[in-house]
Every structure is written in structure tokens, then in C-alpha cells.
Ligand binder design. Structure first.
Ligand code: PBG
Length: 330
């Protein structure tokens, strides 16, 4: 005879730690992490970034150390962002095409020293332009689409020639994925992947990143004519559909936590590898809460990353990657 009430005890499987582990629907491992790294000129250099406490820019030799650290922690991939010296930033961002620019030197050094990890590179002109925009601007300050896409093709090829494994266009120009795919194929880079920042929103969460790459003081206006309006989600599906049709291997949603509804919708609609970027402002919010005594870092960080996995992400770009990998190794 069943007791009449309660018929359902959902707490039963939660009662012991072994049982909670056994019933976990989602797993988080170091293999889910992509570690974003900022590159600086010089040698033996570590420059802490004030608005991203715990994150530094590293010179190329020290970036290689971070690559070894990633490998040893089981992190499969790092993402590179250069802090281009001010005097090399121009209206047209031409330093992006220089085969010996900071980015290319970092890619080559990493692929030589730690060939077993993946190197993902950002395709966009903002670390190279004197106005801080991701593309070329006309006299009215508008970021022009087609001319920018042409330059991005050159930038992506430059990165692939240096050894990049994944090129990740973060610029939100229309049509650039197909153009970059064609150029990569013609150059024989058949196995260089494209991870498209397909649904990238104009966001207030990018501030510390712009400090890190040195574009904050330079940026004129905002990026709302190319990055998406955060009121929209159907438009994200159209962006993803277009980028996949043009040849993207995987897509990204950005920022992360406030946009998990977009991750879930994209995953349900397309059944392709979806990544998310837990961006600089999200990292800074967690660190500020910890510094204020309002939260404990380790459990909060793990909870956020599991949430990305639960929403459908294949992996997450996060500045907390080394911390998370260490916590998971315990
Ligand atoms: C540049 C780019 C940005 C980020 C990644 N690539 C900034 C922007 O679009 O202004 C932000 C990442 C972060 O905030 O951590 N195209």
C-alpha cells in the first residue's frame, strides 16, 4: 500500500552526494573551456588589467607559458586578442594585414611550442583602428560593410597563414563568412575552422575588454549599426542561419549569461555546435561581487559555467578558464 501523500518525492534522488552525482544531467569538464588571452608587445611582460582583476596582458614569450598551462590543465583551446601599440593603429587598420603583427607572432610561437592545443583568433579591426571600430568608417562615421568584409578576408588569411586553427569573425558584417570560407579554401586552408560570432549583441558588458585591447578611449560612438539590438531574438536565428549557410563550422552567442535564451533557441533550431562568450563585464561583475564579500568565487563560477552547458553550449569562452579547470581537477 502506498502512503496517500506525498506520492512523488523528488528529493529522494537528491538525498546523498553519490546520488546527486549519478543523476546529474549535464557535465562540465576542462574540455568545455576556451581561454581568452591578451597579447602585449615586449619580452617578459605581464601587464595587469585594472578593470579585469586577475587577468593580464602577456608578451609573446609569456603567452607561450599560458599555452603550456592550458595544455597541462586540459583546456583544449585559447583565444588571442592583441593590444596593438597606439602608433600602429590607423584609420584603415592595415596592421591587421601585417604577417609579422603581434597576433601572428603569438600564433606562431604558440603553435611551435604547444602544437597540441587549438588557437582561435578574433577577426575584426578594432584592435588595429584609430577610431576603435571593427571595420572601415566612411565620412559620416558609418562602418561600411562590403569594403570591411574585403579587409577581414585578408586578416583571416593572415591569421591562417600564421597557423590559426579557428578564425572567429566578431565584426558582424554581412556576408563575410562566405567570403572568408572561399578565400581559405582557395589558399588550401581546408581544415581551418570558422567559428562565427553569429549572434553578437551591442552590449554594455564589453567595457573591460576594450581596456584590455586598448580601444576604449579611442572608440567613437557605439557599435549599434552592426552589433545586434538586445531586444531581438528572431534576428539571432537569421544571423545564425546565414552564417551556417555561408560555411561556419560553429556559431557563438555573445555576451553569455544574459543571453542563454538565445543559446537555447539557436541549439534547438539548428542542432549545430554552439559556443558562448562569458564576456569581460560578466567576469568583472563576479569579481566585484567576490571583492565586496557578496559571493564566493568558486561555487559561483562553476554554477555559471554549468548553466551555459545546460542551455546547450558545446563550450564557453571564459576568463575564469584556468580557475575552472583547476577546480574540476580536484
Ligand atoms: C571585438 C571584440 C569584442 C569582444 C570580443 N571581440 C569587443 C567589442 O565588440 O567591442 C568582447 C569580449 C569581452 O568583452 O570579453 N570585435
Amino acid at each position: 500500500m502506498h502512503a496517500p501523500y506525498p506520492a512523488l518525492r523528488l528529493r529522494r534522488t537528491r538525498a546523498a552526494a553519490w546520488s546527486r552525482r549519478l543523476h546529474a544531467e549535464t557535465v562540465l569538464t576542462p574540455a568545455d573551456l576556451i581561454w581568452p588571452l591578451f597579447v602585449a608587445e615586449g619580452e617578459g611582460v605581464e601587464e595587469p588589467i585594472a578593470s579585469l582583476p586577475g587577468v593580464s596582458r602577456w608578451s609573446v614569450d609569456r603567452i607561450v607559458d599560458r599555452g603550456r598551462e592550458a595544455r597541462d590543465l586540459g583546456i583544449p583551446c585559447v583565444a588571442l586578442f592583441p593590444n596593438t601599440p597606439r602608433d600602429l593603429r590607423t584609420e584603415d587598420g592595415r596592421e591587421a594585414l601585417n604577417p609579422d603583427n603581434l597576433m601572428c607572432r603569438a600564433i606562431r610561437a604558440l603553435k611551435e611550442a604547444v602544437p597540441e592545443i587549438g588557437v582561435l583568433t578574433d577577426v575584426a579591426l578594432d584592435p588595429y583602428t584609430s577610431h576603435g571600430h571593427d571595420g572601415l568608417v566612411d565620412a559620416a562615421g558609418y562602418v561600411v560593410n562590403d569594403a570591411t568584409a574585403e579587409v577581414l578576408v585578408g586578416q583571416a588569411l593572415n591569421q591562417a597563414n600564421a597557423g590559426a586553427d579557428i578564425v572567429a569573425p566578431s565584426d558582424m558584417m554581412d556576408g563575410r563568412i562566405g567570403m572568408i570560407r572561399d578565400a581559405l579554401e582557395q589558399a588550401g586552408h581546408h581544415n581551418v575552422q570558422i567559428m562565427s560570432y553569429a549572434a553578437k549583441y551591442a552590449s554594455a558588458f564589453y567595457g573591460p575588454f576594450r581596456d584590455a585591447v586598448g580601444s576604449r578611449g579611442l572608440l567613437k560612438g557605439d557599435k549599434k549599426t552592426y552589433q545586434m539590438d538586445y531586444a531581438n531574438s528572431e534576428e539571432a536565428l537569421r544571423e545564425v542561419g546565414a552564417d551556417l549557410a555561408e560555411g561556419a563550422d560553429s556559431v557563438m552567442v555573445k555576451p553569455g549569461l544574459p543571453y542563454l535564451d538565445i543559446v537555447a533557441r539557436v541549439k534547438a533550431a539548428f542542432e549545430v555546435p554552439v559556443f558562448a562568450y562569458q564576456v569581460s563585464g560578466e567576469y568583472a561583475m563576479i569579481e566585484a561581487a567576490v571583492a565586496a564579500g557578496a559571493a564566493e568565487r568558486d561555487p559561483m563560477v562553476l554554477e555559471t559555467l554549468m548553466a551555459f552547458k545546460r542551455a546547450g553550449c558545446s563550450g564557453v569562452l571564459t576568463y575564469h578558464a584556468p580557475l575552472v579547470a583547476k577546480l574540476l581537477a580536484r
